[in-house]
Design a protein around this ligand. Structure first.
Ligand code: ATP
Ligand code: MG
Length: 410
């Protein structure tokens, strides 16, 4: 039997790669303007990093991690990259730099989830993290960055949802209110929600199980809850964020039920949803995580960031065509062809030729499908020291010197 790619993984084929390059290039351009620097961290990390960093009551840590043991060390394929970036930030003492430290990343993540449209087991995220700023201006900067990036990709049918989860102080009361509201139908909720009920009740609101979401509707859960009642400090922070977003003309809706799947968030959380994706409609998720650095053994450091699913972005942008190359050399002289190819490539042109040097008609046929120009290099041309250049778009041809060939606009 032939071997297939593992379930939940996908090949990215040459005809799709232009879109990936476009996304990467747009990210680089947008992030550079705000002085965010790229970081690349390992795909494997010590399991403990995620258990402590992502939180051991999360779905990710409880059932979605690819974990294995080597030489008695437990290692995990990263399911997300905030924990890894924080680890690197601490390991390299970046907190000694004057804040803020602003980083971005792009790479594969691994989660053992049920594969479906918009959900894979190996998928890619682009994300940013900003360390050292307590003021809501950092939250606004991150949301602005996400919105500029999405604009750069030509995406606009999107909704930014924001909420504040406050700090531990503010959440206590809300957790109790939520538990009380859920108690009457707790036994009908999924097993995950049952265990969240004691360990981390807020995350019940993030459940994607249809039975649970229907029950929430039936019991009008959302209307019976007030949202987190923020302490003064958190309330001011949230008010400032909204002011900054208003000043930036970033449209947002407040969703008091927005919680995130990870344990580490404090104050601001946000999601950006596409109005043209099906049920996996979140393209971006993020928020503030002021407690995480301490949890991972570092100094107390405020931080905020987000991650976007690249496959989901990809399914929203129109397919870019692979560009035509500049020249296809049509010849039956391998040595002269190779030499000409090298010379043209040195001048920055994309050049191809037929490695089998078949009949000219066949070569021209291939040229017309892949290139803007065919350079015919037959015996006459070699003897005469000129090139016959055919413009394949209009089928005109002329005899040119090498310098004239170089002057052809790419
Ligand atoms: P979801 O609610 O869709 O499960 P999440 O809350 O688990 O998302 P995060 O961990 O915040 O997501 O990741 C940020 C983004 O990464 C998501 O908004 C989504 O676009 C993307 N993403 C997350 N998990 C997957 C997956 N299994 N396959 C593809 N993309 C994913
Ligand atoms: Mg998820």
């Amino acid at each position: 039997m032939s071997i297939k790619a593992p379930k939940g993984t996908k090949d990215i084929l040459p005809e799709e790669i232009e879109n990936w390059h476009f996304i990467q290039k747009t990210a680089e351009d947008v992030f550079l303007k705000s002085n965010f620097k790229e970081i690349r961290t390992p795909i494997i990390e010590e399991t403990d990093l995620f258990e402590r960093g992502v939180g051991d009551t999360t779905d990710i840590v409880n059932k979605e991690m690819y974990t294995f043991t080597k030489s008695n060390r437990s290692l995990t394929l990263r399911p997300e990259n905030t924990a890894g970036v924080v680890r690197a930030y601490l390991e390299h003492n970046m907190y000694r730099e004057s804040p803020p430290v602003k980083l971005w990343y792009f790479g594969p993540m691994f989660r053992y989830e049920r594969p479906q449209a918009g959900r894979q087991r190996q998928f890619h995220q682009i994300g940013v993290e900003m360390f050292g700023v307590q003021d809501a201006s950092a939250d606004a900067e991150c949301i602005l960055l996400a919105s500029e990036f999405l604009k750069g990709l030509g995406l606009n049918d999107l909704t930014v949802e924001i909420n504040s989860l406050g700090c531990d102080k503010c959440r206590g009361e809300y957790k109790e209110q939520l538990k009380k509201a859920i108690a009457p139908f707790l036994d009908k909720l999924c097993d995950d929600c049952k265990s969240r009920y004691e360990k981390n009740p807020l995350r019940i609101l993030d459940c994607k199980n249809e039975t649970c979401t229907k029950l929430f509707e039936e019991h009008d859960l959302k209307n019976s809850l007030s949202g987190v009642k923020l302490c003064d400090e958190c309330a001011i922070h949230y008010k400032n964020l909204k002011e900054y977003l208003n000043a930036l003309n970033i449209n947002y809706v407040e969703n008091t039920f927005l919680v995130r799947g990870l344990d580490y968030y404090t104050k601001t959380v946000f999601e950006i949803k596409s109005n043209s994706l099906g049920s996996q409609n979140a393209v971006c998720g993020g928020g503030r995580y002021d407690g995480l650095l301490e949890t991972l053994g570092g100094p107390k450091t405020p931080a905020v960031g987000w991650a976007m699913g690249v496959e989901r972005l990809n399914s929203l942008i129109s397919v870019k065509k692979v560009d035509l190359i500049d020249f296809f050399i049509v010849s039956n002289n391998p040595t002269e062809t190779l030499k000409l190819a090298v010379k043209l490539r040195e001048h920055g042109f994309k050049v191809e030729f037929d490695y089998n040097f078949r009949k000219f008609a066949k070569q021209l046929e291939k040229a017309s499908k892949t290139a803007k120009y065919a350079i015919i290099l037959g015996e006459d041309e070699i003897k005469g020291g000129y090139y016959t250049v055919k413009n394949l778009a209009v089928s005109s041809q002329e005899k040119l010197s090498f310098d004239e060939v170089l002057n052809i606009k790419k």
